[in-house]
Design a binder for this molecule. Structure first.
Ligand code: ARG
Length: 457
């Protein structure tokens, strides 16, 4: 059924219908569409625009449609143009005359603006849960690995020793910001466009505050032309999703490196790995690679949506229909990535001994050795030079700094004493770094306490 057949004398060309329809994808928000309609008629009846009998008939009709869609008893077909037409036609088929009053004081323009907002808001809440699960998993790994030493890197070259807890904590911070970014988006978008009509409001005495309240919004939007054509919040969401993808990509990249035969810092669980059709020895980190790769389509959605919006004159234009597939795909992709990523890291084995061995090799304690000299009165620049010479000596003798004899130390500087060994042990290097944000366990415990409290809220 068409909602707008009256002024037309010809049938729509089939290709036009196919190109124009959105029901093949906007059926995804039938629940939101029905919830919005129920709020709308509840308000219409309160305002005396619709009788209570009609309201009741419409609401029970809509509820029965929703139940049948939920159970699969009612199938959505692509003959309707969009989900709004489908639900309205089905309602009229079920309850007759009263159904024809549903669309009083409403346009599909404010209806779709509402549905999309409701859908995005619900999905933000789901994303929030998934991020919270990831944060919880990270937090428990951090508590477990407060004293798991590993090399920290710059330029992918060993730099200074850190702990696994500290390394994971860096990602904790990223995902923590992502979570609060989503909340920012939610807060800013949580205003109700329903009642904006096609673009210029309506002449009915609608109570927009009431509808907004019924649907859990902080209030109605304040300009009807903007309301039907604003998709800023979609772009904000896509930007926040892109950021999540970027963080997941960085983390996945590290896990792929850590899982390589060369590093062996971690081992993927068999249940999260895949094999090769030809090479029998292979166990590949496909899930991490896919998560890294999926950032492409999420960024793509962001750029596409910015481009869709850039030339849209006020108010509603059909270009806006393009928001849906992009947004749905980006949301589903990121939800999948978060779920799989959390599963992957919670089943993965961290090989503590190999990490610690790696931190011992590669002179990650060289800065601490220089600091030792500084503490004995040597200017830092000179200390840097002395340790540089010792590193050369180590390379020549195939030793690490803590394997040099005191005589060898003295061959470069007389300042070194027996306590140098204690000063440059991995344990000292890490545990002495207790300024806020540093890897020492005492500092990390304080940070973890902050995170725990935050997660409980
Ligand atoms: N499917 C449309 C969309 O997604 C619904 C709004 C249609 N409004 C219109 N004036 N044709 O934007």
């Amino acid at each position: 059924m068409k909602l707008w057949g009256g002024r037309f004398t010809k049938e729509t060309n089939q290709l036009v219908h196919n190109f124009n329809e959105s029901i093949s994808f906007d059926q995804k928000f039938y629940k939101q569409d029905i919830a919005g309609s129920i709020a709308h008629v509840t308000m219409l009846a309160k305002q005396g625009i619709l009788s209570e009998e009609d309201r009741d008939a419409i609401i029970s009709g809509l509820n029965s449609i929703r139940q049948d869609l939920d159970s699969g008893a009612l199938a959505i077909t692509t003959e309707s143009e969009d989900i709004h037409s489908f639900v309205e036609a089905e309602l009229i088929a079920r309850i007759g005359e009263a159904g024809k009053r549903l669309h009083t004081g409403r346009s599909r323009n404010d209806q779709v603006a509402l549905d999309m907002r409701l859908y995005v808001r619900d999905e933000i809440d789901e994303l929030d849960h998934l991020l919270k699960d990831l944060l919880k998993e990270l937090l428990s790994l951090m508590e477990e690995h407060l004293h798991t030493y590993m090399p920290g890197f710059t330029h992918l070259q060993k730099a200074q020793p850190v702990t696994l807890a500290h390394h994971l904590g860096a990602y904790y911070e990223m995902f923590r910001r992502d979570k609060s970014r989503l909340q920012d988006v939610r807060k800013r978008m949580n205003y109700c466009p329903l009642g904006s009509g096609a673009l210029a409001g309506t002449t009915y005495p609608l109570d927009r505050n009431y509808t907004a309240e019924l649907l859990g919004f902080d209030g109605p939007t304040l300009n009807s032309m903007d309301s039907v054509s604003d998709r800023d919040y979609v772009i904000e969401l896509l930007s926040a999703l892109s950021m999540i993808s970027m963080h997941l990509g960085r983390f996945s990249e590290e896990i792929i490196i850590w899982n390589s035969n060369e590093y062996q810092f971690v081992e993927m669980d068999d249940s999260y790995s895949t094999g090769s059709s030809i090479m029998p020895q292979k166990k590949n980190p496909d899930i991490a690679e896919l998560i890294r790769g999926k950032s492409g389509r999420v960024y793509g959605a962001l750029i596409s949506m910015l481009t869709v919006m850039k030339g849209i004159p006020l108010a509603y234009d059909k270009d806006l229909q393009e928001d849906k597939e992009l947004t749905f795909d980006a949301i589903d992709t990121v939800k999948g990535c978060l779920l799989l990523f959390t599963g992957m890291i919670s089943t993965m084995t961290f090989r503590k001994e190999i990490m610690e061995e790696s931190a011992k090799k590669g002179f990650t304690n060289a800065t601490d050795a220089a600091d030792y000299l500084v503490n004995h009165g040597v200017p830092f620049r000179d200390a840097h030079g002395i340790i540089g010479q010792l590193v050369l000596l180590c390379i020549e003798k195939k030793k690490s700094l803590d394997e040099l004899t005191l005589e060898e130390y003295h061959s470069v500087s007389p300042v070194f004493q027996e306590d140098i060994y204690e000063a440059i042990s991995l344990k000292t290097c890490v545990e002495k770094r207790v300024t806020i944000g540093a890897p020492g366990a005492d500092a990390m415990k304080e940070v973890i306490a902050v995170y725990k409290k935050e997660l409980e809220e």
